[in-house]
Design a protein around this ligand. Structure first.
Ligand code: FPP
Length: 246
């Protein structure tokens, strides 16, 4: 594959676990379990083709409204997956991170997660970020609160607040914005995911349910992305002129 147009940052809304399980006559948790296989394949292929950042929407702020047994099962799965996969992630030079309102997560989950984050923190390959108890409105609200406190303390001039300042207070600080956001299962919504960071992202909504998502599906998404022209508000002619200059 032509490395020129591999996105540096891909973000995925892993949707359809429940429907996948229901179709097969199982409970929703079975769908989440099988979703982990898709996570593993996606991480592997991203590492293989040179994607630098992969961000996965694993648990949203709104997911706390699900039935308690499903929440508990998801937490358990998360801990098990993190513990089981960390050696493999580490040997593949993957750096694990987490973003979101992590203070709402159970302590046992956070202990295991933090151990895995610490263990892989020196790795220099793919940065795998799990969005957990994440919501963009929460994230932007937190950023506003922190900036307002600085302004009230006289540490920042309101006039000097610009997009770069706001970016510094987001949980994704330091990461490039995702060029490509994928949501599986055919739903075409962002559901409070990376609203700021996705301002110029390309969106791809395959019908496939997340547990069925495999390496080829990611390659197809990238192929589709490569066909699109990202204009950032410019005209097609301007983009062509810029390309001719390279
Ligand atoms: C959405 O499908 C999926 C989730 C809310 C959870 C995603 C979690 C995993 C894939 C497993 C753990 C992840 C990691 C990173 C170890 P849904 O339940 O909304 O499906 P539905 O729309 O068909 O009901």
């Amino acid at each position: 594959m032509n490395e020129m147009k591999i996105p540096e940052h891909i973000a995925i809304i892993m949707d359809g676990n429940g429907r996948w399980a229901k179709k097969l006559g199982f409970n929703r948790i079975f769908g989440h379990k099988n979703g982990i296989k898709a996570v593993r394949e996606t991480v592997e292929i991203c590492g293989e083709i040179g994607v630098k950042y992969l961000t996965l929407y694993a648990f949203s702020v709104e997911n706390w409204n699900r039935p308690l047994d499903e929440i508990e099962a998801l937490m358990l799965l998360l801990v098990e997956a993190v513990v089981k996969e960390t050696p493999e992630l580490n040997s593949n030079n993957v750096q694990l991170r987490a973003i979101g309102n992590l203070s709402t997560f159970p302590e046992n989950v956070m202990v295991k997660l933090n151990q895995a984050i610490e263990f892989t923190s020196k790795n220099t390959g793919l940065v795998l970020t799990l969005a957990l108890s994440y919501g963009s409105r929460w994230e932007i609200t937190e950023a506003v609160k922190k900036i307002a406190a600085k302004a009230a303390a006289g540490e920042i001039e309101p006039e000097s607040i610009n997009e770069n300042v706001i970016e510094q207070y987001l949980t994704t600080h330091g990461m490039p914005d995702p060029e490509l956001i994928i949501r599986t299962s055919g739903e075409q919504r962002l559901s409070n995911f990376l609203l700021w960071q996705g301002a110029y992202s390309e969106f791809y909504f395959p019908a496939i349910l997340w547990p069925d998502f495999r390496k080829n599906d990611l390659l197809e998404a990238i192929d589709e992305y490569r066909k699109r022209e990202r204009r950032f508000g410019k005209t097609g002619e301007q983009i062509k002129q810029e390309k001719d200059l390279i």
